[in-house]
Write a protein that binds this ligand. Structure first.
Ligand code: ADP
Ligand code: MG
Length: 331
């Protein structure tokens, strides 16, 4: 199979979107953008051996490649519309591509986004999606909108994806995860499966993100670890905050099987949760609790905006020392 067979067989789709005048097959896609909307454009790059293990299942890989981009749209309350897919593959293997493209178009359909173009080349497993989304003019959520007195909320639970990564790392006998081997053996099987799913197939909070427009003051998606990402909101908004350790939603079992340091590493600094972290006025509490029920998702208040810097308090009100903030590719 050559590049053109691949494009023709796997990528060319029936265009069902009236705003797409040209999709895959021409030199560039053409979209007719609405003048009432603001446009969001973002890109993520995933490298074999760095962002995923080389033997990852192609369906899981396709899911994650798209999900991390959808999550960036969710973080700003944007409705994802279109994306472009760049791939560098060592070979065009039919079985692999069947699984990859099947999952890719499945996720795209579920979130109502169209793949309208991309580029394909030979290379060592590089995947990059550029995504376009929209919000009504002036309504987008930013990192810099947090206000004194705001509640700080997080969706779902954090730490599962980090534990999932450690499960994979221990299974592969990677030395950097060896410390976790003993405690991970104590996790019940259903928790193991839940953590692997969180790591391999994160669920972007696309609907929730859009329903936070006009509700939240600031938002982002937790990709580098709860504390580090919260710091991004605080820095951008030039405010401080207080977080209550006991209120952070994470799997109950983690506290039993992990040491406090391991728990912190996974829950506070773990990364790849792709949950939404947002701040909102106290007056919005009822509305947010209603949103949680409507979206069938847990939304938890973990602290409040105010004061100097970030204080993380334990159950006795003692401030915690945080050494490892989160993930930094250049650290
Ligand atoms: P060009 O030579 O102009 O770059 P290509 O032959 O690379 O064009 O691509 C032909 C068409 O196929 C274009 O519309 C392009 O957007 C699309 N395409 C190529 N690779 C991909 C991909 N991996 N995913 C989606 N569309 C792709
Ligand atoms: Mg090209």
């Amino acid at each position: 199979m050559n590049e053109f067979d691949f494009i023709r067989r796997y990528l060319v789709q029936q265009n069902q979107d009236a705003d797409v005048l040209k999709s895959i097959g021409d030199d560039a896609a053409i979209i007719r953008a609405s003048v009432d909307m603001d446009w969001h454009i973002s890109k993520d790059l995933l490298l074999s051996g760095r962002h995923f293990f080389e033997d990852v299942h192609p369906a899981d890989l396709a899911h994650k490649v798209l999900a991390v981009n959808l999550s960036d749209m969710a973080a700003m309350g944007a409705k994802p519309r279109w994306c472009l897919l760049g791939v560098a593959l060592p070979e065009l293997n039919q079985t692999w591509l069947d699984a990859f493209c099947g999952a890719l178009f499945g996720v795209a359909k579920r979130f109502d986004v169209q793949i309208i173009g991309g580029d394909t080349t030979r290379g060592n497993g590089v995947f990059s999606v550029t995504i376009l989304g929209e919000t009504p003019k002036g309504k987008a959520l930013h990192r810099n909108g947090a206000k004194e007195g705001d509640d700080i909320w997080v969706s779902g639970q954090v730490g599962d994806a980090a534990v999932g990564l450690r499960l994979l790392g221990v299974a592969k006998q990677l030395p950097e995860y060896a410390d976790f081997a003993e405690s991970l053996r104590l996790l019940p099987e259903e928790v193991v499966q839940q953590c692997l799913a969180a790591q391999l197939r994160p669920e972007p909070r696309v609907v929730l993100g859009q329903s936070l427009l006009n509700v939240a003051h600031a938002a982002l998606d937790v990709s580098d670890g709860l504390i580090q990402d919260l710091q991004h909101i605080l820095t951008a908004s030039q405010v401080g905050a207080e977080i209550h350790l006991e209120q952070i939603p994470s799997n109950r079992v983690f506290k039993k099987v992990f040491s406090p340091a391991q728990w912190q590493q996974c829950v506070l600094a773990g990364g790849e949760d792709y949950e939404l972290l947002f701040t909102a006025a106290k007056e919005k509490r009822m509305q947010i609790e209603l949103l949680a029920r409507e979206n069938n998702i847990m939304l938890t208040r973990i602290g409040q905006v105010g004061g100097e810097g970030l204080r993380i308090l334990d159950a006795e009100g003692r401030a915690l020392e945080i050494k490892q903030g989160g993930f930094d590719h250049f650290a």
